[in-house]
Structure formats: structure tokens, C-alpha cells
Design a protein around this ligand. Structure first.
Ligand SMILES: [Mn+2]
Length: 312
């Protein structure tokens, strides 16, 4: 949190940033809170995720020790909460698509705070029209590749199936799928990196990176993390990623590709300890730090170039 000694007000935005670091115009990152959990089938409560992430973000330092960088300098704008459409998930997906399309101008990275995972479909539809060379890196314990679930094609269990209809999709972290999904993966060749081993080191990255295009959207269901550090999700699954594994993976992708958008979904704060909301907030924070790497590289290089110009 940034503290302003002249004001007793805590701004309701990510990191509680002052106006000059959080207005839309100056911000490279736009966060869209989507408090929606209409199709969640096991444990509900993801509608409370966005507020829990924002509240937890007040306790994060603006300064990122790992990359020696004050993340608030990039400008982080948090929009008002997007109202759920009660007409049904298809209408909600359309509402998200329209909203993200408006926000995703070329100079902005858009991040969604979920909410159930279904919100990714609207976001990726919008991003794919903005970035024709888009691909999705999908982190989830589950395949989410069913064509329909509980009589709807627009559900948290069908998200990846809908996304691979829009643009190339690469899944990692999967450790629970149905036979229908296994057959789909085998027949369609959907790239899926199962999380059967604790070792995500270079061989995984070497095989994963060539499958991603230059512009990447990262979609995260927090159940990709191990329940020992992330119990506050709708559907826990043992044997998940550790904190260092997920941050290592995202950083390596960010160093080699341009991350143009992301979402962090399925936080159900009532289902786990408060630490989970903080972990979710810190993951959003790391996504901001890593996804703005290339922009900072550009500005660092332009500073170097301008300082190298002959004087006078
Ligand atoms: Mn999942």
C-alpha cells in the first residue's frame, strides 16, 4: 500500500494506489473485477474473490524484491466491479467480451479478477480480435474440455474447450480429467502438460514455448496450485504446483513472449484461510511485474539509446 500522509482515505483499488498511479490514462495495466459464480458446481463463493484479492493487495509492498522494481510505477487501474448478467452465462460471457474489448487498447495489459473460470471465454474472445496472433496458456488442475456441462456449453467445466475454438491453447497443471476429455486431447492433439511430476524444469519449458505464439494470454484457475497453499477454491485437487513453480513458469514465459492479458479465477475466500486471498493477490502482482517486463525493457533500451546520442 502507498501511504499518503495528507489523506486518511484508503483507495479501493489494487495496491490502494493514489490517483496519479491508478488513473486509467496513465496505467499500463487495467484490472477488471468480475464477481461472478453462476455455474460453479461444487463449492460456490468465487463471487467474493475479487473483493478479497483487492483487500489482500493492500498488504503487498509496491516494491518487488525479485526484480528490484516498484510495480506501482507502471500504473495499475482497477475498474469498478462488472455486474453479473442474470440472463445466463452466455450473456455474461458477451458482457465480459464487450467490456474487455473496450479496455484492451494496444498500450494496456488487461487482467481479470475472478469470479469463476467461465469469465475467461469473454476475455479471450475480445483479446483475439485485438491480437490476431494470440494463444492461451491455461493453468488448471482440470481439463475443462467437456463440450457441455450441466446442459450448458458455457460453464467452468467447458472453458478450455471454448477457448481452443478461438485460438491455440496450451494446458499445464492438469491432473484430473474425464475419459471424454482424454479422448478429445488424443483426437484433436490439444497440447496438455499433465502435472504428474514435481519437476517442471527446462524440458517442460522447451516443449511448451514453441506451442505459444508471440502474444500470450495467461488464464489461471487457482486450483492449479497445491491445496496445501490454495484451499480456497471451488474444486481442490491434490498434487498441484508450488508457489515457486508457478512464478518460475510465468516469468520464463514472460521473458520470451509478450503477455497481453491474464486472469486469476476461482478464489472462494470463504473456503480457506485468509492466506489464500493474499497468495491470489500476490499472484496477480507477479503477473503484473512479469507481463510488463518487455515494456520496461523497451523503456530501458530507449533510455540507453537516448543517453548514447552525441551531445550538442
Ligand atoms: Mn479447475
Amino acid at each position: 500500500m502507498s501511504t499518503d500522509k495528507n489523506s486518511p482515505w484508503i483507495p479501493l483499488n489494487f495496491l490502494a494506489l493514489p490517483e496519479e498511479k491508478s488513473n486509467l490514462k496513465n496505467s499500463r495495466v487495467v484490472l477488471l473485477p468480475v464477481p461472478y459464480d453462476s455455474t460453479t458446481s461444487y463449492r460456490t463463493g468465487a463471487r467474493d474473490g475479487p473483493m478479497a484479492i483487492l483487500r489482500a493487495s493492500y498488504n503487498l509492498e509496491d516494491y518487488d524484491h525479485e526484480l528490484d522494481f516498484d510495480v506501482s510505477q507502471v500504473g495499475i487501474h482497477t475498474t469498478p466491479f462488472l455486474e453479473p448478467h442474470m440472463g445466463g452465462p452466455r450473456q455474461m460471457v458477451e458482457r465480459i467480451e464487450e467490456t474487455v474489448h473496450t479496455l484492451a487498447t494496444p498500450d494496456k495489459i488487461v487482467g481479470l479478477l475472478g469470479g469463476e473460470h467461465t469469465i475467461s471465454v469473454g476475455a479471450v474472445k475480445a483479446m483475439a480480435t485485438r491480437y490476431p496472433d494470440l494463444s492461451v496458456l491455461y493453468l488448471d488442475a482440470h481439463g475443462d474440455l467437456r463440450d457441455q456441462y450441466m446442459d450448458t456449453p458455457w460453464s467452468h467445466a467447458t472453458v478450455a474447450r471454448r477457448l481452443q475454438e478461438i485460438c491455440p491453447l496450451v494446458q499445464i497443471g492438469v491432473r484430473s480429467i474425464s475419459q471424454e476429455e482424454r479422448d478429445f486431447i488424443r483426437q484433436k492433439g490439444t497440447p496438455t502438460f499433465f502435472w504428474d511430476s514435481d519437476d517442471p524444469e527446462l524440458p517442460v519449458l522447451d516443449r511448451l514455448l514453441p506451442l505459444l505464439t508471440q502474444e500470450v494470454y495467461i488464464s489461471i484457475d487457482l486450483d492449479v496450485l497445491d491445496p496445501s497453499i490454495m484451499a480456497a477454491v471451488g474444486t481442490t485437487e491434490p498434487g498441484g504446483m508450488s508457489w515457486s513453480q508457478i512464478t518460475w513458469l510465468i516469468r520464463k514465459v514472460a521473458e520470451r513472449r509478450r503477455i497481453v492479458g491474464f486472469d486469476v479465477t476461482e478464489l472462494s475466500p470463504g473456503e480457506g484461510p485468509t492466506a489464500c486471498s493474499y497468495t491470489a493477490a500476490k499472484l496477480v502482482y507477479k503477473l503484473i511485474v512479469y507481463s510488463t517486463l518487455w515494456q520496461r525493457k523497451d523503456s530501458a533500451e530507449s533510455v540507453l539509446r537516448s543517453s548514447a546520442l552525441p551531445q550538442g
